[in-house]
Design a protein around this ligand. Structure first.
Ligand SMILES: *Cc1c(COP(=O)(O)O)cnc(C)c1O
Length: 505
């Protein structure tokens, strides 16, 4: 067994006097302080009410009063209490937390792109529209589909849009159908999407390999089935190797195959969903194509589809007019309508396109190979220490279970907390549902062998601690600003923002 690595120093330790006086950390306001200084008024004072009437607030809202440097130090200090992909590996399974290359940011900040207004005339937007066109072409090529919309603002939003297309398609044939099939290995957003779109969700049990059971599928599909929503590779990192047969079974009954393509990090440049029978799918630009996840947004979840679904795509769609200029076409009688204001999160399109062009076809294929190699390197490094419930080949992520450690009273969540002490963001805990006590690990291609070795050494050290010093794990983390939190209360009674003293409960 490797010797335990030294936990990496954590940043952002608070000075002792601040720990003793918790109040000083957040309550820094003192009356009269300002972060700016204006020259004395040299024009007649106007009553704001005379200008704005009833819109004027009676008070200024109890804002904290601070100097500029105090504000800067407050936010900079808070930022150092957080973990980030720019500090180290972020092995959050299913989320593809890869490095966001700085060149993407550089390109997205080019003034002519960053300052463009969504409703400026088309004649002045040809360059911006060309970026949309080129990204669409690249994503169509990568997925092997026929048409695409870039409007949806997230993966789940893409799923919603994709299933709206499915519904519109079946309705156009005179029968919307009522049921959507979802395997138990799917991402949680899949059944949620189907339900939100008004469908009855029917669960499909996976077989021993963690794949869709073809016999079970054949029994479940009928003339009332609108689609199967398939996460591929699935949330246990397994590629559905019989996906073409899955597609055939569905198509024989007039049902469609929806692929959740958030895990395309395992497929880009290697296999195209359009070639293996998928009718409609979404991508997560904020995963596979390296645009930031950014605290809940802005993301981008384009939906690509086969020609049979193209008439239903959200409006407007980008077209080349007779005079060769680009423009938006709103005249789409069968469209499901708009799903997003303007045309989507344009800044993400630029970043994704920069990433695609910087890598090129060979580079993208290489990222896929490296992502899969890295996951399998971790699998090989840890399989003697943790239980591997599905031995089917791993793609971009590997899922262990806490079976061995749980027998000693240590759960996947405990070990995740301890991993923080070793300087890593925790893996995904307790998901997917089909693995009890899951440890779901996705390193992505961003990580070097050195970082992977550090991670493996940390996980092995934790496995050893389970045997020798379990209390250390049960009370972890020890190196962070706050130690273990009461997660139940945090979820039930969340305090989501700072409130001035007067408004505190
Ligand atoms: C992340 C993810 C989603 C949801 O994407 P959001 O952008 O978070 O809405 C859906 N399916 C899978 C497989 C995912 O990994």
């Amino acid at each position: 067994m490797a010797t335990a690595p030294t936990p990496r120093p954590t940043t952002g330790k608070v000075r002792a006097h601040q720990v003793q006086n918790e109040g000083l950390i957040f309550e820094k306001s003192s009356p009269g302080k300002r972060a700016y200084k204006l020259p004395p008024l040299d024009v007649p004072e106007v009553d704001p009410a005379a200008l704005l009437g009833g819109l004027v607030r009676p008070t200024t809202g109890n804002m904290p009063e601070l100097s500029e440097i105090e504000i800067i130090r407050h936010f900079t200090r808070l930022s150092t209490w957080n973990y980030a992909i720019d500090l180290g590996m972020y092995p959050l399974g299913s989320c593809t937390m890869k490095y966001n290359p700085r060149v993407n940011e550089l390109v997205a900040r080019i003034e002519g792109l960053a300052e463009a207004h969504p409703y400026q005339p088309e004649s002045l937007s040809q360059g911006s529209l060309q970026i949309v066109e080129l990204l669409q072409q690249c994503l169509i090529e990568i997925t092997g589909m026929d048409a695409i919309t870039l409007q949806p603002a997230a993966g789940a939003h893409g799923e919603f849009t994709g299933i709206l297309l499915v519904r519109a398609y079946h309705e156009s044939k005179g029968n919307a159908r009522r049921k959507i099939l979802v395997p138990d290995s799917a991402h949680g957003t899949n059944p949620a999407t189907a339900a939100l779109c008004g469908y009855e969700v029917q669960n499909l049990k996976s077989n021993a390999l963690g794949m869709v059971d073809l016999d079970e599928l054949a029994r479940a599909v009928d003339e009332d089935t609108a689609a199967l929503m398939l996460t591929n590779p699935s949330t246990i990192g397994v590629f559905e190797s019989e996906i073409h047969k899955i597609a055939d079974i569905l198509h024989a009954k007039g049902a469609l195959l929806y692929m959740d393509g958030a895990n395309m990090n395992a497929l880009v440049g290697k296999a195209r969903p359009g070639d293996f029978g998928v009718d409609v799918m979404h991508l997560n630009l904020h995963k596979t194509f390296s645009t930031p996840h950014g605290g809940g947004g802005p993301g981008s979840g384009p939906v690509a589809c086969k020609a049979i679904l193209e008439p239903f795509l959200p409006t407007p769609i980008l077209v080349r007019r007779d005079d060769k200029t680009l423009g938006w076409n709103f005249d789409r009688p069968q469209t499901v309508g708009r799903v997003r204001a303007s045309y989507g999160n344009y800044g993400m399109f630029i970043r994704a396109l920069a990433y695609i062009l910087a890598n090129g076809p060979d580079g993208l294929r290489q990222t896929t190979e490296d992502a899969v190699l890295n996951a399998n390197y971790i699998r090989a490094g840890l399989q003697d220490f943790f239980d591997l419930p599905y031995t089917t080949a791993s793609m971009h992520e590997v899922v262990f279970s806490d079976r061995r450690q749980a027998a000693k009273g240590i759960k996947t969540g405990d070990m995740a907390k301890r991993l923080i002490d070793y300087g890593f963001h925790p893996y995904t805990v307790s998901f997917p549902m089909i693995v009890s006590g899951a440890l779901m690990i996705e390193p992505t291609e961003s990580e070097s062998r050195e970082e992977l070795d550090l991670f493996i050494a940390a996980m092995r050290a934790i496995a050893l601690e389970v045997e020798e010093t379990p209390e250390l794990i049960k009370n972890a983390p020890h190196s962070t600003r706050v130690s273990r939190l009461d997660e139940t209360t945090a979820a039930r009674k969340p305090i989501l923002r700072w409130k001035p003293k007067a408004e505190q409960p």
